[in-house]
Design a protein around this ligand. Structure first.
Ligand SMILES: Cc1cc2nc3c(=O)[nH]c(=O)nc-3n(C[C@H](O)[C@H](O)[C@H](O)COP(=O)(O)OP(=O)(O)OC[C@H]3O[C@@H](n4cnc5c(N)ncnc54)[C@H](O)[C@@H]3O)c2cc1C
Length: 467
């Protein structure tokens, strides 16, 4: 960490350079700012917010994919409250799985799903799960899903969906892609479902959440207002990161060298960071970085001349014959997302660099998605407009190679005294917004405690430290 003393002996704040202006970069800038530090944030795109923005099409507001704020970390929730004030609302809107045109509870309730599949499948699911096999330690996501739910439920709902989302076979995926959410089919869960029916809610991330009245992007706007636009530089792609093996010395932005005098927080994709280092790391590190990949997302936005399509926060589509994994209707998060009498649906199509869905023209993409819509069984009114948006590096692909490889790269980056990683693509971890805020807060408090930032104690959030 870098410190500097002013002529009067006081510690001065040294600008921190933040690479990337998505929610992670902005969260780091926000907490640094609260601690009285100056930051300089460099963002390659002409806009801030990365993959967490709100866009306008005609009169409809849509988020870049189905976003909501989870009340999972007290510091993050408090920050959301402070930043958004009364615009932050609590929303109750459960989600559903659509399978062969039938609605099934989300998250997956095994008995509900098996009953909706029909009597033959119900019998098979019960037979498969009659003798639980809880002792085994699953090595792949496929093993985990089959162990928890048996092959029938696992294949129809979990493996197909995950293979579509991640673009890998389920036996190539790390069990971590489940995010700890597969509680499984047990005698207890069956009894609970039998006794409580629709109220038998598994603990899950959906159902109740926080959401800003005019879209997730309000969080980005509030962060920008707080940090100050003078600290945030857009259209500023970092093209080289010079170092001496121990510290980052400077960064090039479009060929112009900018000296680094303090810490650097990188939230740009981890393999890109490694690629930009000058001198380059040894070949094995570069090879490791090249072996990591991300899943992109292409969104198809369909604006409709009807008041509403469904009441669900999100609809999930596990079937492989349907190209999208998820549909969300912004209006079900906040009525301000579209005027009365019209709505929009947003369809998420996961893809990778060389895949047809990623490369095809907007027109072909939109036609292809519209062609798949009747298979959802949803009743859709006249279409007002169709649009498409590409989101790069939306999900780090957690295949079996990724965990150890990312760990190796993180260990390598740790050799630099003044370089800290953050963000989903930046740390190659499947993080949510509350995680990004929690991480940035921890970083800022550590700096305050060690005297690196202007404040000797972190000013605004001490109340929450103990929780
Ligand atoms: C579809 C979808 C749904 C989600 N839903 C939720 C949700 O419901 N709840 C939740 O909490 N979270 C959700 N998230 C996660 C949340 O949006 C992410 O955590 C967040 O977008 C990741 O932020 P980030 O800043 O780490 O990365 P990014 O948003 O990817 O930002 C990285 C930034 O770095 C910039 N960059 C890259 N290279 C360079 C360079 N060389 N120089 C300068 N800048 C560079 C990029 O342009 C980008 O702006 C969702 C994410 C997606 C994609």
């Amino acid at each position: 960490m870098s410190t500097q003393h002013a002529p009067d002996g006081h510690l001065t704040s040294i600008p921190t350079t933040i690479l990337g202006g998505g929610l992670a970069g902005l969260a780091f800038a926000y907490f640094a700012n609260l601690a009285g530090e100056k930051v300089k944030l460099l963002e390659a795109a002409p806009f801030l917010g990365g993959n967490g923005r709100t866009l306008r099409f005609g009169e409809a507001l849509i988020d870049t994919g189905a976003h909501r704020l989870h009340d999972r970390n007290p510091v993050a929730t408090e920050a959301f409250r402070r930043l958004l004030g009364p615009a932050l609302r609590r929303v109750e809107a459960p989600s559903q799985i659509i399978w062969r045109g039938r609605g099934i509870d989300f998250p997956l309730k095994p008995l509900n799903a098996a009953i909706r599949m029909g009597p033959k499948e119900l019998a098979r699911v019960l037979a498969e799960n009659i003798i639980p096999n809880r002792g085994a330690i699953p090595k792949t996501f496929e093993e985990l899903a089959v162990l928890r739910y048996g092959p029938t439920l696992a294949r129809q709902f979990l493996l197909n969906y995950s293979e579509k989302l991640w673009g890998r076979r389920a036996d190539e995926l790390d069990p971590k892609v489940a995010g700890g959410r597969l509680s499984g089919l047990t005698l207890g869960s069956v009894l609970r479902e039998l006794l409580l029916g629709a109220r038998a809610t598994t603990r899950h991330l959906d159902g109740a959440f926080y959401y800003p009245t005019r879209g997730f992007g309000m969080l980005v706007d509030a962060l920008v207002d707080h940090i100050g636009e003078e600290c945030l530089q857009t259209d500023a792609p970092v093209t080289r990161i010079a170092h001496d093996g121990r510290r980052v010395l400077s960064v090039d932005v479009l060929g112009e060298c900018q000296q680094v005098c303090g810490d650097v927080v990188s939230t740009i994709p981890l393999p890109r960071l490694v690629e930009l280092l000058d001198p380059p790391p040894e070949e094995s590190i570069r090879r490791a970085a090249r072996s990591l990949s991300y899943r992109h997302l292409r969104l198809c936005i369909v604006r409709l001349d009807q008041d509403t399509v469904s009441r669900s926060a999100s609809l999930y589509f596990p079937e492989k014959s349907i190209p999208f994994t998820r549909l969300y209707e912004p209006k079900n998060r906040s009525s301000e997302m579209a005027p009365v009498g019209s709505t929009a649906i947003v369809l998420e199509i996961p893809c990778s660099d060389q895949e047809e869905w990623w490369m095809m023209s907007d027109k072909n993409f939109e036609t292809g998605v519209l062609r798949a819509l009747p298979a959802t069984g949803l009743e859709l009114g006249p279409i007002i407009g169709v649009h498409s948006v590409r989101l790069s590096n939306a999900y780090p692909i957690m295949d079996l190679n990724a965990g150890p490889t990312a760990a190796r790269l993180l260990e390598y980056v740790d050799l630099f005294d003044n370089l800290r990683l953050g963000g989903r693509a930046g740390t190659f971890r499947y993080l949510h917004t509350h995680d990004l805020f929690a991480d940035a807060y921890e970083w800022a408090t550590d700096r305050a405690d060690s005297g690196t930032s202007r404040s000797s104690t972190f000013p605004s959030y001490p109340v929450f430290c103990s929780s």
